[in-house]
Design a protein around this ligand. Sequence first.
Ligand code: ATP
Ligand code: MG
Length: 325
Amino acid sequence: MVADTDEVVRVEGVVKDFRPGFGLRRKRVLHGVTFSVHDGEIFGFVGPNGAGKTTTLKILMGLIRPTAGRASILGCDVRESEFRHQIGFLPENPYFYPYLTAREILDFYARLSGMPSALRRRRIPELLERVNLVHAADARLKTYSKGMLQRVGVAQALVHDPRVVFLDEPMSGLDPIGRKEIRDVILDLRAAGKTVLMNTHILHDVEMICDRVAIIVGGRIRHQGPVDAFLPEADVTTDVVLSQLPADAATRLEERFGLEMRGLGDRVELRIDDKHVGDLLGLALGAGARVVSVTPHRRSLEDLFLSTVRAPEVGPASGGGEEAA
Ligand SMILES: Nc1ncnc2c1ncn2[C@@H]1O[C@H](COP(=O)(O)OP(=O)(O)OP(=O)(O)O)[C@@H](O)[C@H]1O
Ligand SMILES: [Mg+2]
C-alpha cells in the first residue's frame, strides 16, 4: 500500500525501446518518462498520436516491460500481481465477442474477477444503468454502435469496483452526448473516491474534468501539473466583433493597439489584450461602429498543447521527469 504519500501511480524514468523488425535498429519511444497520479484525482495523460501514451499504459498494466525505469501502482511494482484486483482497464481498441449481449459480457468479466453470483446480480444492472445501456442490455453486441461498444468497455473496466481505473481514450469515437455520459461516469468515480488515469487528446474533456495533466510529446513529458496552472487567469484576451466600423477607423485601431482585424462580411473580428478592451470599444463606438459581441477568451489547454507540440525538443521539462537516453 501507499505509505507516507498519496501517490497511487508512479512512473519513474521509464525508457522503452522497440525493435520494429528483425535486423532493424531499436527505436526509443519513451525517453525517461516520470510522473505520478495522486489518490482520488482524475489525471489526464495527453499527447499527440504516437507520443507514447498507450505504451506507457501497457507498461503500467504489466503487458510489456520497460527497457529501463520503474512503475508502481498502489505502492507495488507493476510486475507484481497482488494489487491487480484493485485496478480496472479500458484498452485502446477493446474487442468483445459480438454474439454476446452487454449483460452477458459484463457477467463474464464479473465471473473472471471471481465475483459471487448474488453480487453479480446486483452489480451488473447497476453498471448498465451507469453507462446508459439498460435499453440495449439484452441485444447482441454486433448490433451496437461504436459509442455503445465504448460504454460496454467502460462498464467492463468498472465491473469489480476497482480503486484505480486506467482508460485509454475513453471518449474515442463518441459524439458530444456520449462524451458527456462518459465524463459523468468518470466524475462519479472521483466522487466515490476512486483514482482515474485517462489517455486522451480531447483537450476540452481534459479541461472539463481532469485535476492534473501530463503532456507527453515524442516520448518525453513536456509539462505536468494541475490543469488550472495551465489556464492562468492573468493570461486573458478578449474576442471582439464589431460591425459598421469605417475602414479608416479600423486602420487606426489596428495601429494603436497592434492588432489585426479579420473581415467577416460587414463585420470585423479581433482579439485584444483584456486591459485594452474598454479603450478599444470607446474608440470604435466613437467612430460609429456597433458592438456585436465581446467574449473573454481564456488561454486554453489547446493553446498550450499546440505550442508544446510545435516547440523544438529542448532539455528537461518543467516539472516532468527526464531524461534517460
Ligand atoms: N510493438 C511496437 N513495435 C514497434 N513500435 C511500436 C510498438 N508499439 C508502439 N510503437 C511505436 O511507439 C510510438 C508510441 O506509440 P503509442 O501507441 O504509445 O502512442 P500513443 O500516444 O498511444 O498514440 P495514439 O494517440 O495514436 O494512440 C509510436 O511511434 C509507435 O509506432
Ligand atoms: Mg494510444
